[in-house]
Each structure stands twice: as C-alpha cells, then as structure tokens.
Design a protein around this ligand. Sequence first.
Ligand code: KMT
Ligand code: NI
Length: 245
Amino acid sequence: MATQRAQTKTRGGDPASRPYRRQSSSSTIFSVEKERTALEALRTQSQSNQLLGWFPPSIPLNMAPQVWMVGEDGEDLKNHGELLPLSKLQEIGVLYWHLDPKKPESEEELAKIRKDRGYNYMDYLDIRPGKLANFEEKLKNFFTEHMHADEEIRYCLEGGGYFDVRDKDDKWVRIWIKEGGMIVLPAGIYHRFTLDAANHVKLMRLFLGEPVWTAHNRPQEDHPVRQEYVKRLMDDNAGLALAAH
Ligand code: KMT
Ligand code: NI
C-alpha cells in the first residue's frame, strides 16, 4: 500500500544517495562558488518566471484531478470524501492539464505546451518493481520532502501516483495523477511523491534547458529560489499582476 510505504518519513536525507540523479553541487566546492551557483539558479529562474508567468490566469483543464488534504505520513484527511477546489492548486502556483496519451490531438496539445513553456528536454521514467533499479530506495527518496531550483514537470502515461505539495499553511495537499494527467510544480515548492494502489507509473519528464534533477531536502529556507517562491506566495497582489499577463 502506498500509504504504508509513506510511513517512513525522512527529512534531510542525502539526495546524493539517489544514483539516477545528477548532482550539480558537492560538499567540496567553496561556499562562494555555492553562492554563485545559487544566484545563477535564481537568475535563470526569475527569467523563466518572467517568461512563463508564475500564476496562470486559470488552471487549464477539462478533466480535473482529485485533490485533498493528507497528513504528515500521507494518511487521508478527507472529511466525508471532501475534495478541494482547484483554486487550491492555483494559489500555490501548480499547473495541471488533462491530455490523453492515446489520442493524436493530445500530442498536438502537448507540443503546444512544450513550445509555449520552452520544455525542450524530455525523457521517460518507468517506476515499477523489477523495472526500476533500487525501486524501494528511490520511492523512499521521492517521498522525502524536497524542492528544486527549477519547475518539476511530469506527464503521466500509465498507472498513477500522488504528488503531495505544501499549501500556504504548510499543510499537505495531495494531487492524484493518473493516465493523461500533466502537472507542473513551481520551483521552490516543497513536495513529495508516492505511487497509488496500481504500484506503478510511467511518467514523461520535461525540462526547460539542460535538465537538473537535484532535490534539495527540507529545510531550504536560505535557498534563494525557495525565498523567491515564498515571497510570491505571500504576495497575492504580485500573483494577480502576473496572472493578468
Ligand atoms: C522528483 O523530484 O523526482 C520527484 O519529486 C518525484 C516525482 S517523479 C517520480
Ligand atoms: Ni521533486
């Protein structure tokens, strides 16, 4: 069960233990270089935020994902099966589309999203026991709360899983991604991932430019990209102004 697996909650684990991740920094580099890297990341991020618009005018969807609150260990906090409105995702900068991997018109739609948002990189990730090396360890890492200096973009081609994202009150909001669901998590948002009962998922990973998969485990309050995210989150007016573009 996904929720049972979710019991092991680790914070501050070493992302370098993820063999499939390329690390862009190491403990051996000097702090001034670290700062330069962080500032570089911030500049790139600001540029892409400007380019893309951080808050969408509305979540572009025709088939909504199910969204609800979960607890720290991933336990269901759905009150009488209550699902949350999609404005809950909009206010934290999460984007969602529903496509259909089996339909040619969805390919066109995907091509448009990629063109509009500059996602020129793409690869696939097949997460299933026996197919993905170190399956359990990777799942444990996916479920460790973290952020990235760039957007996390995933398109679900088969199976399903849960993306948990922190809301404005630092509570977990669970987004159920199934076949056809495409999600963009903004840079700097704390999140985690686990499989649903199907126990497998095939995802397309997209990226703007040369991919960097580095996960920064919480806490990251000094990370400039995190700081920029929090600033935008708190500043509703800035969000509305961006959405108007
Ligand atoms: C990540 O950074 O890879 C994640 O957050 C996991 C989602 S994709 C399996
Ligand atoms: Ni991530």
